[in-house]
Design a protein around this ligand. Structure first.
Ligand code: GLC
Ligand code: CA
Length: 569
């Protein structure tokens, strides 16, 4: 693997609406982010991805952009943005924008013009198609429910395509004029000094242009929109063109949000000539999913988690670095999702974070993860903001679940779980705002918050800081960033263990992914403890394990420096 500047970094996602509010209007903003740059620097963060801050009607919380060149006033002005870029640069940090170009907002001027003149220039920016006698052209279901086709107002048999909400019309990438518009916009932002982009829902930009029916997979007679992706050929051509014309000249960092891609195409995505620098590793998040809907999901166990991570690293680690996450703005909080209910403690939270930080890949934290923020509590569907949770609730009701059951079924998956205000302190509203937050804060902010954790060397926050420091250390950095990840005892239940074999150092990572103790026999003689989630960080590195057989406590996590590996491993 060719070594790149970003490999040694640590990244962090900000959901701007819920991060820090500087002016008391209840909405997080750019000045709020600027005020927290030192905090992020101290955590060890180098790259910050900010979810969309462009002008938007917020039907899908900013993922419906009505002007790619303007910021939404709720977040601040272009001067604020320039200030943020300057302040980040001063601290040697890079800002990554969200690039949402599979679709725009129905309020975008392109779409508005297209509606006025569907057969003119702007009609060709979208997918406008005749239906079948007033019925949609084909039976694809949108990601947020219902048909992907919506009638153009004033027409009986003319439809536009939207893979997501009807307020998010898909852009027609087959049209070279549209593509050029997009590349121009990307260059404009890069000229401003952003370090790169996270590419939203990017695999969707290539459609199966036959627009034909697939077998229905639910009672509604439709099929998942992702069926289309299996048959769409040639997304790489668009992606390579975008790379050449927009990203490469600026050396931009790019990270793709990619579901539903073929594992054997990894090389084309993150290999040396790949379309992106990196992509997110969603393998753990796909566990337990069901085509029927959230209500039909299965819970995730320790072995599922380990197998998913090992599986995707086996495919990717020779090719490039994927980005490791436990959560993001679309997923439940990792500690609530990947740890059994009742086992969520500071110790188990650190274990999960430790595994993510020690697995091969770029660590990509999500705001609040570093203090162990958890899922929100929902007692009523009216407390939900997220468009996709509302749809999944309806799907559950349609399937015959009671209201209570349906709420229960969607609450643990709701995208709102990760969108509650960042918990800075035990001040009112978690110190996020002096006004009324746009979204209800999680009431556990009185126990879980940054200010409190700053005071303890055994806090989740201290653990994350120290783990990131290890990744960047002279001593262990090479092994952590580039060392081969080799599974150890992968057949043993509720144990996640692996080596990271660097050029000079070999590390053994051990996680006892259960409540009961476990005895393990460690081979080799050197075993310096460089990380241990059961002792404060200021004691790490100061002792070695004396016995061959160690007893690991429930959810204990250890990183040991060991001697050269024994044969056969
Ligand atoms: C991506 C985003 C998600 C959004 C969707 C449509 O999956 O992460 O938040 O709803 O794309 O833009
Ligand atoms: Ca604000």
């Amino acid at each position: 693997m060719k070594r790149k500047w970003w490999h040694t970094k640590a990244a962090y996602q900000i959901y701007p609406k819920s991060f820090a509010d500087s002016n008391g209007d209840g909405i997080g903003d750019l000045q709020g982010i600027i005020g927290k740059l030192d905090y992020l620097k101290e955590l060890g963060i180098d790259l910050i991805w900010i979810s969309p801050i462009y002008q938007s009607p917020f039907v899908d919380q900013g993922y419906d952009i009505s002007d790619y060149y303007a910021l939404d006033p709720a977040f601040g002005t272009m001067e604020d943005m320039e200030e943020l870029l300057g302040e980040a640069k001063k601290r040697d940090m890079g800002i990554i924008m969200d690039l949402v170009v599979n679709h725009c907002s129905d309020k975008h001027e392109w779409f508005q013009k297209a509606l006025k003149d569907p057969f003119g220039k702007y009609g060709k920016y979208f997918y406008f198609m005749e239906g079948k006698d007033g019925m949609p052209p084909c039976n694809w279901r949108s990601y947020f429910g219902g048909s992907v086709w919506e009638k153009l107002p004033g027409y009986d048999n003319l439809f536009y395509l939207h893979m997501f909400a009807k307020e998010q019309p898909d852009l027609n990438w087959e049209n070279p004029e549209l593509r050029e518009e997009i590349y121009r916009m990307i260059r404009w932002w890069l000229e401003k000094g952003v370090a790169g982009f996270r590419l939203d829902a990017i695999i969707n930009i290539k459609k199966d242009l036959r627009f034909m029916d697939f077998p229905a997979d639910r009672e509604d007679g439709m099929c998942a929109g992702t069926m289309m992706l299996k048959h769409a050929k040639g997304v790489h051509t668009f992606l390579q063109e975008m790379k050449e014309k927009a990203f490469a000249p600026y050396g931009a960092f790019t990270i793709g949000e990619l579901f539903d891609f073929r594992q054997d195409e990894m090389e084309r995505y993150i290999g040396e000539e790949g379309c992106f620098e990196s992509i997110f590793d969603f393998a753990p998040h796909l566990i337990g999913g069901s085509g029927k809907g959230w209500y039909d999901r299965r819970e995730v166990g320790a072995d599922d988690y380990r197998n998913a991570v090992f599986g995707s690293k086996a495919v990717s680690q020779e090719i490039g670095l994927m980005a490791n996450i436990i959560e993001n703005h679309d997923e439940p909080r990792g500690v609530s999702h990947f740890l059994p209910q009742g086992h969520v403690s500071e110790t188990s939270k650190k274990m999960l974070g430790g595994l993510m930080l020690m697995a091969v890949g770029l660590p990509f934290l999500y705001q609040g993860q570093e203090i162990g923020m958890t899922n929100q509590t929902f007692t009523d569907i009216h407390q939900v903001d997220d468009i996709s949770t509302k749809d999944e609730y309806q799907v559950a009701l349609d399937h015959g679940l009671s209201r209570e059951e349906a709420l229960w079924a969607v609450a643990s998956m709701s995208r709102d779980n990760a969108r509650t205000p960042m918990q800075w302190s035990s001040e009112p509203h978690a110190g996020f705002t002096t006004g009324t937050p746009w979204m209800r804060e999680n009431l556990n902010y009185r126990e879980i918050n940054v200010a409190e954790q700053e005071t303890r060397a055994d806090s989740v926050l201290a653990f994350y800081r120290e783990m990131i420091r290890l990744r960047k250390s002279e001593e262990y950095g090479e092994a952590i960033v580039y060392g081969r990840q080799i599974p150890w005892k992968a057949e043993e239940k509720e144990l996640m263990a692996f080596y990271r074999k660097g050029e000079e150092k070999t590390l053994l990572v051990l996680a006892n992914y259960r409540e009961e103790e476990r005895k393990l026999r460690i081979e080799g003689k050197i075993r310096k403890v460089i990380a241990d989630n059961t002792v404060p960080t200021d004691q790490w590195g100061s002792y070695t394990l004396q016995e061959d057989t160690i007893t690991m406590k429930g959810y204990q996590f250890l990183v040991l420096e060991v001697g050269p590996m024994v044969a056969g491993v």
